[in-house]
Write a protein that binds this ligand. Structure first.
Ligand code: SF4
Length: 336
């Protein structure tokens, strides 16, 4: 991710961009807002699971890991009474606990059941689908090459669906080149749901080239929301002097949106809220792009627009590349 460097456009100086100084003599800011952006169906569902659990249980509701990677969302749920923990050991016996949208290794629900915890699984159904594929490949005796980012909770969760030694992580083309298996080893590949569409296409092509018999999904497992948000950024990036992505530093799909803009030759900045914007960034910017990662709520988009309007007259335009209408069902425990 690069730091934004002001371009060579003739520009109002940073000194004229102090908060609260929007004035008629400053050039209006054309704001291109990408659509789709923000919450996906998996995030909507995960948040609703926590909210319904808070309504349903008379006792403290625990959430293992940030339910989705967004501080604003987590703080909002904390304010409603949810307690966030990183480890199941922090959850008292008998308490309700929700597993985050990223998914968990198999031993976590097993451990929760053994301890009598009332657990709810907010794993996104599209991540669960990858979990089931991993199980099937392992049952068929295939060694799985999992394309993803080391340390991300989704990767830990998916790799934790199958016995150790039956799955290897692949992050780069160099990792693919370094792979070596005895002739005839049955192989399969799967991918994290929130990767760069372009990078993953290259890695999958290389896997197929090196191991022509490899089993795998027809395309990769990148989810509709990740892919749609990247396409929407591609549609506006070339028209923008700078693109802002609302998202958390640990949000994989948000980081990918920054990369997509940068690869289109447009500087991009990841921000968590409107107050993160340095008005100096707007020096020389005539057209600004704006999007939000899948875990960032729309209220933050409006907050950013309001913040920008403190410094410049904002002329908003939404550029829609596709309309999403995906909805995922809630777990039966919460709908019965
Ligand atoms: S980004 Fe994709 S995989 Fe992740 S929660 Fe949203 S829909 Fe599910």
């Amino acid at each position: 991710m690069t730091i934004f460097a002001p371009s060579s456009h003739s520009a109002p100086l940073a000194a004229s961009l102090e908060p609260g100084t929007a004035s008629a003599d400053q050039a209006p800011l054309k704001l291109l807002i990408a659509a789709p952006r923000g919450f996906c169906a998996g995030v909507d569902r995960a948040i609703e699971i926590v909210e319904r659990a808070l309504d349903r249980f008379d006792q403290q509701v625990y959430v293992r890991h940030e339910i989705v990677h967004n501080r604003f969302v987590v703080e909002g749920l904390k304010a409603k009474g949810a307690v966030f923990v990183e480890d199941l050991e922090e959850v008292p016996d008998g308490a309700p606990v929700v597993f985050s949208a990223h998914g968990v290794p198999k031993q976590i629900p097993a451990e929760a059941t053994a301890r009598g915890l009332d657990w709810l699984d907010a794993t996104c159904p599209l991540v669960s689908k990858v979990h089931r594929q991993a199980e099937r490949h392992a049952e068929a005796g295939r060694h799985i090459l999992f394309v993803g980012h080391k340390g991300h909770p989704e990767v830990i969760g998916t790799m934790g669906q199958v016995p150790e030694g039956t799955i290897s992580l692949v992050e780069t083309l160099d990792d693919v080149a370094a792979l070596s298996f005895p002739n005839g080893t049955p192989l399969a590949f799967l991918t994290q749901t929130t990767l760069s569409v372009d990078d993953t296409r290259d890695i999958v092509a290389e896997l197929r080239a090196r191991f022509p018999e490899i089993a795998g999904p027809r395309a990769e497992d990148i989810c509709y929301a990740t892919s749609n948000r990247q396409t929407a950024v591609k549609a506006i990036a070339a028209r923008c002097d700078l693109l802002l992505v609302i998202g958390a530093p640990n949000s994989s799909n948000s980081l990918r949106l920054v990369e997509v803009a940068e690869r289109s030759g447009t500087a991009a900045k990841l921000i968590q809220r409107g107050t993160d914007i340095d008005p100096a960034w707007l020096a020389g910017v005539t057209t600004l792009g704006l999007t939000a990662g899948a875990s960032a709520p729309e209220v933050l988009v409006r907050e950013v627009v309001d913040q920008l309007a403190r410094w410049r007259k904002v002329d908003e335009e939404t550029i829609t590349t596709t309309v999403e209408n995906m909805v995922f069902k809630l777990p039966r425990q919460l709908t019965d």
